[in-house]
Design a protein around this ligand. Structure first.
Ligand SMILES: [Zn+2]
Ligand SMILES: [Zn+2]
Length: 153
């Protein structure tokens, strides 16, 4: 294992000995298994992703009821990631955080905009939205965890 990779894992494990971290094919937090998964730790963006998932683990984020809740837990995970990062003397690029959150904001906007009158609407349950303005209601696919795509530089 390269030096950089062992270092961050070691540092995080020292800081949070109760968090179980395992290698997988992508970055995610499994509340059911109580395990943080990571795919690779080759560059700083990978490190930030790991810190973000650790943020979910610290708050023990579980299933969200509405799309808006999903955005909220994403924000909370990044805030926690920043706290952990400063403990490890790592700096997370604020633009990266905002890019990640934008993918959620765009997705939320698309789902919550009324297809008839383009007003913003209320989410009734995990699959249904209703427009406050024209009372149109529509179904959306079940909320799913969106991945943060790396911005091409
Ligand atoms: Zn997240
Ligand atoms: Zn409408």
């Amino acid at each position: 294992m390269p030096q950089l990779q062992t270092n961050i894992l070691k540092q995080i494990t020292e800081l949070y000995p109760n968090i179980n971290i395992q290698k997988s094919d992508q970055f995610y937090w499994s509340p059911r298994e109580q395990i943080v998964y990571y795919s690779s730790l080759e560059n700083e963006v990978d490190h930030w992703s790991l810190l973000h998932e650790i943020g979910h683990a610290i708050h023990n984020h579980r299933k969200f009821k509405t799309d808006f809740d999903l955005l909220m837990i994403e924000i909370e995970a990044w805030q926690e990631a920043k706290r952990t990062a400063s403990n490890l003397s790592i700096e997370i690029d604020e633009d990266h955080i905002q890019d990640c959150l934008d993918t959620y904001r765009d997705w939320l906007y698309l789902r919550s905009t009324c297809p008839i009158c383009t007003s913003t609407s209320l989410q009734l349950d995990s699959k249904t939205y209703s427009c406050i303005n024209c009372r149109q209601s529509w179904n959306v696919s079940k909320s799913r965890q969106k991945r943060c795509y790396r911005k091409k530089i």
